[in-house]
Write a protein that binds this ligand. Structure first.
Ligand SMILES: Nc1ncnc2c1ncn2[C@@H]1O[C@H](COP(=O)(O)OP(=O)(O)OP(=O)(O)O)[C@@H](O)[C@H]1O
Length: 251
């Protein structure tokens, strides 16, 4: 089943067509990478998926319902979470407090309001938060204030804050940007470790090692549109991709 269907989406910024008739489908439970040269429109596309940009044309369906026209908060509540290039965390709170905020903000009925009064619900949320912190190697730092953490740790925390919302679709915008090879490999391992949760992921990434380690499907964007799509192996071998992405160099 397709969890996300993007149909004929276009977006102009003045004279520039940043998105030009984008068509893309994401299958539930998969890791779908979007690659492409600088300026291809990847971030603009992601911004339309979280309600930050409203396209001029086209439709987007998420989980069987129209997505466009909803604001970022509503989209988040519908099950789309996004990990930013610069982690968005609460600096003066502890790791655990940071994770508990989105856990209790999520809207799936039971936890909405008055949660601290419901001992059972609170326990379930805490257990889940603990499990996520374990998975992301943050458990030992649960009482540490965020402003004393390294950038890499903050990125893992932000991922924890997304996972605790139990999103149906997780959008990752260059999750390894600016990282050393060692940190990049750690991030790949973390993303593999959370795969058991079965969350569909759309990942924008420049690092081909990351793309080929994680993705089952790769879409290639160039000049605002999708020029190729397939398995990582097929994409690697596609001459159109070699040409558009790296000016003819080998991936
Ligand atoms: N708010 C904006 N106003 C005007 N032009 C914009 C705006 N946002 C993006 N653009 C332009 O739209 C085009 C697509 O940009 P976008 O950031 O989506 O590309 P990208 O594929 O994410 O690139 P990168 O890999 O460098 O992040 C670029 O030419 C960019 O300069």
């Amino acid at each position: 089943m397709d969890i996300l269907t993007i149909n004929g989406v276009s977006k102009r910024f003045g004279g520039l067509k940043a998105l030009d008739d984008v068509n893309l489908k994401v299958k539930e439970g998969t890791v779908h990478a979007i690659i492409g040269p600088n300026g291809a429109g990847k971030s603009t596309l992601l911004n339309t998926l979280v309600g930050r940009i409203v396209p001029d044309e086209g439709t987007v369906e998420f989980n069987g319902a129209p997505l466009l026209g909803h604001n970022p908060y509503e989209i988040n509540q519908a099950g789309i979470a996004r990990v930013f290039q610069t982690p968005e965390t609460f600096a003066e709170l502890t790791v655990m407090e940071n994770v508990m905020i989105p856990a209790f903000a999520r809207k799936d009925g039971a936890f909405k309001i008055n949660l601290w009064g419901r001992a059972n619900d609170r326990r379930v949320v805490l257990e889940e938060a603990e499990e996520i912190l374990e998975d992301l190697n943050l458990a030992a730092q649960r009482h540490q204030r965020v402003d004393s953490m390294s950038r890499g740790d903050k990125r893992r925390l932000e991922l924890a804050m997304c996972l605790v919302q139990r999103p149906k679709l997780l959008l990752l915008d260059e999750p390894t940007a600016g990282m050393s090879r060692a940190d990049t490999n750690n991030t790949v391992d973390l993303l593999k470790a959370i795969a058991k949760r079965g969350i569909t992921k759309v990942i924008i990434e420049h690092d081909m090692h990351v793309v080929f380690s994680l993705a089952s499907t790769v879409s290639v964007m160039a000049q605002g549109t999708v020029i190729a799509e397939g398995t990582p192996e097929a994409i690697k071998a596609d001459p159109r991709v070699q040409e558009a992405y790296l000016g003819g160099a080998h991936l």
